[in-house]
Design a protein. Structure first.
Length: 439
């Protein structure tokens, strides 16, 4: 491995759309249905409406930062410049937690889908194999990785459209309203992390900004088109799934069973059964959605870890790229090891919650940064400016802060673990890395 730290510019707007949708699309396939157990149809719908408003206002605000400061570190670089190194470090750690902990949760979903076809093989075995394969693809090259991401993302979008076409003719409004608000407003509060899971990871587009041709133009196109696609798919999947047989049918495979990681197959089984070719075809294609997000977030996590290695907040080896490939191989391998360890805990819901805590911290700090940079550097070249400033960043900041409070109050033990990681990391930063010169 050479001492090279540069990334190659090879990505255009179509690739960014593929990455943006691909990072997130697994949220349409699994994970979100756990919010139904927490809040019922109405509770999750209320939380999802808030999440959509959050991501609309956040995405346009974050695009301003990404176009003005197109660096692989994302919020780490933005907060370093707009606030200070301390907040930059905290934001960077939160980003790492989001991107490193989201893939093992998705890997668990991949294992659950494969287990449908091969019940004799443990779900975890499929998940570990997926980690090794897609880490290897990302090491091979970003253009090959992004091209693969585009193809499987298109397949995943098509599958969701087919799924909606099969299920919507069986839609019944009564299935949406039956036992729709079982836990009241507390249930809507508890459904917040799973509503955010619908869109978690979209900000990862900013982490490949160094590898984008004409980033000031193409990052905006990538973010905007991806967000519009995802909102449409979110509404379609929500209505098409719950409308078939009610929310309980896509959470619990049978009465008294544990919550499932495969809500779409459960919805399909109410129409086609589990033995027909239509069911198996759609479930097979449905794997593409999980693979797209898993693979895309591995890519984004590698760039976030690379940037921390570049500035020596992590071992310097993690900040190097392969001279022959221009990819952060060491960072990708380190993330894979951490991800597999998290996967082996078997706690998908807890992993999702910790990842969402990291995301919400990122959102809060990045919106403060957006406002601070406008005041500190009014002359900074901003090829894209967030519309309705300062309304958009303030609204995003407010919603993200409320969601963060919700998670802390509902998931006290997990919040203690998360904030302990931030605290220990910050103490280590103060003791060992603070005197170093940041890039």
């Amino acid at each position: 491995m050479s001492e090279n730290t540069a990334l190659s510019r090879t990505l255009g707007p179509w690739m960014l759309w593929g990455l943006g949708v691909g990072y997130v699309i697994s949220g349409m396939y699994f994970g979100w249905n756990l919010g139904l157990a927490a809040g019922g149809t109405a509770g999750l719908a209320i939380a999802t409406a808030g999440a959509i408003l959050l991501y609309i206002t956040f995405t346009f605000s974050y695009t301003e930062l990404a176009c003005a400061i197109p660096r692989a570190g994302g919020v780490f670089d933005y907060a370093n410049r707009g606030l200070n190194r301390d907040w930059g470090f905290v934001a960077g750690v939160a980003q790492l937690i989001e991107f490193v902990f989201a893939p093992p949760a998705i890997a668990a979903g991949i294992g659950a889908y494969f287990h449908i076809f091969f019940p004799m093989i443990p779900e975890t075995a499929f998940a570990v194999v997926a980690y090794v394969l897609f880490t290897g693809l990302n090491i091979y090259g970003v253009r090959a990785a992004a091209g693969f991401e585009l193809v499987i993302t298109i397949l995943a979008v098509v599958e969701l459209l087919i799924f909606s076409g099969v299920t919507l003719p069986h839609f019944s409004w009564g299935n949406l309203t039956r036992n729709s608000f079982p836990h009241g407003w507390q249930g809507a509060w508890a459904a917040i992390p799973f509503a955010i899971w619908f869109f978690l990871g979209l900000e990862g587009v900013a982490n490949v900004a160094e590898e984008v041709v004409r980033p000031q133009r193409n990052v905006l196109l990538g973010f905007g088109s991806a967000l519009g696609t995802l909102i449409l798919l979110c509404v379609l999947v929500f209505l098409a799934s719950v409308g078939v047989a009610g929310w309980e049918a896509i959470v619990y495979p049978s009465p008294g069973a544990e919550a499932s990681n495969s809500p779409l197959p459960l919805a399909l089984s109410k129409i086609t059964g589990t033995g027909g070719w239509t069911y198996h075809l759609l479930v097979s294609i449905g794997l593409m959605g999980l693979v797209a997000s898993f693979h895309g977030l591995i890519l984004a996590a590698g760039r976030a870890t690379l940037e921390f290695g570049r500035v020596r907040y992590l071992p310097a080896a993690l900040g190097r790229t392969l001279e022959s490939r221009g990819t952060p191989a060491a960072a990708l391998l380190a993330n894979m090891v951490v991800g597999i360890i998290a996967l082996l805990t078997g706690r998908t819901d807890d992993i999702i919650t910790i990842s969402v805590l990291g995301a919400l911290t990122l959102y809060v700090i990045s919106m403060v940064t957006c406002i601070a940079l406008r005041r500190r550097e009014p002359g900074l070249e901003r090829p894209f400016r967030v519309p309705f400033y300062p309304v958009f960043p303030v609204v995003a900041l407010g919603i993200a802060a409320v969601c963060l409070v919700a998670l802390v109050t509902l998931y006290v033990k997990l919040s203690i673990i998360y904030f302990s990681i931030l605290l220990v990391s910050y103490i280590a930063f103060c003791l060992t890395a603070k005197g170093r010169h940041a890039r």
